[in-house]
Design a protein around this ligand. Structure first.
Ligand code: HEC
Length: 145
C-alpha cells in the first residue's frame, strides 16, 4: 500500500504540472493523456439534481467503503458534510459551479487513467458521472442534517 500511495501522488503531480504547462508541450500532453481531458469527462445531466436522492446513494454505494466511518483513504470522508467539504489530504475535492475542474470528477472520470475512483470494482457510469457533475455545477448543495 505504501508503494501504491507514492506512485499515486507522483503521477498526480506529473499530471498537474504537465497539464498547466500549456500548448508548447502538446506532444507530451497527448502522451500523458491530458489531451483527452475534456473529451474523457461525460457531460453533466440536464435535469435538476438532488443531493439526498441522487448523490448520497451513489457515494454510499461506491465510496463509503474507503471514504466513510471506518476508513478515510487519502484523508477523505464522504459520509459527513463538513468533512466532505474540507476534502482530503490534497484539500477540497470539488468547487461549486466548476465540475470539470473538480478532482472528484476527474478521478471518477479517469481523466488520468492511472488515477480512478473507485480504484477497484465497477467504475461509475457516464450517467452517474453526469449526475455528480450536474450536482456540482448546480451549486454542490449539501444539506445539513
Ligand atoms: C477501495 C477503496 C476506495 C474506494 C471504494 C474509493 N476510493 Fe477514493 N481513494 C482511495 C485511496 C486509497 C485514496 C488515496 C490515494 C493516494 O493518496 O495515494 C483515495 C483518494 C481519493 C481522492 C483524493 C483525496 C485527496 O485529497 O487526495 C478522491 C477525490 C477520491 N478518493 C474520491 C473517491 C470517490 C468519489 C469514490 C467513490 C466514487 C472513491 N474515492 C472510492 C480508495 C478508494
Amino acid at each position: 500500500m505504501g508503494g501504491d500511495h507514492r506512485l499515486f501522488m507522483r503521477r498526480t503531480g506529473t499530471f498537474t504540472v504537465v497539464c498547466t504547462s500549456g500548448i508548447a508541450v502538446s506532444a507530451v500532453l497527448i502522451q500523458t493523456g491530458c489531451g483527452r481531458e475534456t473529451a474523457a469527462i461525460p457531460p453533466a445531466a440536464k435535469r435538476d439534481v438532488d443531493f439526498i436522492k441522487d448523490v448520497q446513494p451513489l457515494f454510499k454505494e461506491h465510496c463509503y467503503k474507503c471514504h466513510g466511518s471506518s476508513r478515510q483513504e487519502g484523508g477523505l470522508r464522504l459520509d459527513r458534510r463538513d468533512d466532505a467539504l474540507n476534502g482530503g489530504d490534497g484539500g477540497p475535492i470539488f468547487a461549486a459551479g466548476k465540475s470539470e475542474e473538480s478532482k472528484l470528477i476527474k478521478y471518477v472520470a479517469a481523466v488520468d487513467p492511472d488515477v480512478v475512483m473507485p480504484p477497484e470494482g465497477d467504475k461509475l457510469s457516464d450517467e452517474q458521472i453526469g449526475l455528480l457533475r450536474a450536482w456540482i455545477d448546480q451549486g454542490a448543495k449539501w444539506p445539513k442534517d
